[in-house]
Design a protein around this ligand. Structure first.
Ligand SMILES: NC(=O)c1ccc[n+]([C@@H]2O[C@H](COP(=O)([O-])OP(=O)(O)OC[C@H]3O[C@@H](n4cnc5c(N)ncnc54)[C@H](O)[C@@H]3O)[C@@H](O)[C@H]2O)c1
Length: 251
């Protein structure tokens, strides 16, 4: 059984992971850390990953960018594989993850949903096939507590489309700010906020007399937790290196 250390174990995602691991025979949580000291769990919880003395095979981190240095120090010192799911990391932190992956296995994805990553791959394929004959617009919907707009996932989808094009397109977020016709060299990105929508992304390819839509709807946070658990199982078999959902989906 693969031994997991769960950083950020008392947070929303941490608690979803705890519930899902309970019914998964391949993994077990041996310990966790959280700055919030409440004890909800049936495993030891430390106030920092650095204080952990219980050996684990893989660290899953759903915490906060402020924990980043401690997580990396711990994983390097103990030679433990790392699934980094925390978002909002700075460019220099992402570069550090790559650097550390020379010595330990590191998995990173800003969106751990297998479905969203498949959508990205389908969009790439569609965009490179259709090239400039179709206009591309992305609509994302999230709950009314979300602070950032557009969502990191909408941007990641746009980035993946751009990577497949010979001529990358500009991102246009706010059409009301300029009165002019749409240029073919654009990806329009639009945000909707309301209620408790977990997350919805629709990518529209509009051509002459035909429209293609690729849509992903998240119905619960379980999809991110499941992806992170799958990533931990996958990473446990890998040598040192930098892995993403793409690497995992290809296997
Ligand atoms: N990659 C993905 O697919 C994905 C999906 C959902 C959320 N996220 C990201 O995961 C992170 C956590 O999300 P959440 O919704 O569970 O947030 P949350 O605020 O509910 O939970 C974060 C937890 O981390 C704890 N924490 C903060 N600093 C810590 C430290 N130094 N050491 C240990 N624990 C610490 C907090 O006390 C809290 O309990 C966020 O960055 C979020 O954007 C990623």
């Amino acid at each position: 059984m693969i031994k997991i250390f769960l950083n950020g174990c008392n947070g929303k995602m941490g608690q979803v992971i705890v519930d899902l691991v309970d019914s998964n025979s391949e993994v077990t949580i041996v310990a966790g850390a959280d700055v919030v000291e409440k004890q909800y769990n049936n495993f030891p919880v430390f106030t920092s990953i650095i204080k952990n003395n219980i050996p684990a095979d893989v660290v899953i981190d759903f915490s906060n960018p402020l924990a980043f240095n401690d997580v990396l120090t711990y994983c390097q010192n103990t030679n433990t594989a790392l699934v980094m799911a925390t978002t909002g990391l700075k460019d220099e932190q992402l570069a550090k993850l790559q650097q550390v992956s020379l010595t330990i296995p590191v998995f990173f994805s800003a969106n751990m949903s297998m479905g969203v990553n498949l959508v990205m791959s389908l969009c790439k394929q569609a965009a490179s096939f259709l090239e400039d004959s179709f206009d591309i617009e992305i609509i994302e919907k999230h709950h009314n507590q979300k602070i950032d707009a557009p969502s990191g996932t909408a941007l990641a989808i746009a980035d993946s489309i751009n990577k497949s094009l010979e001529q990358p397109k500009d991102y246009i977020y706010d059409r009301q700010s300029s009165r002019k016709k749409r240029s073919p060299n654009e990806i329009g990105i639009h945000s909707i906020r309301g209620g408790n929508i977990v997350g919805e992304h629709t990518i529209i390819f509009s051509g002459h007399n035909e429209i293609i839509e690729i849509k992903h709807e998240a119905l619960s946070k379980d999809i991110f937790a499941n992806g992170a658990i799958k990533a931990a199982i996958y990473l446990n078999k890998q040598p040192s290196g930098f892995y993403t959902m793409n690497s995992m989906l290809k296997t």
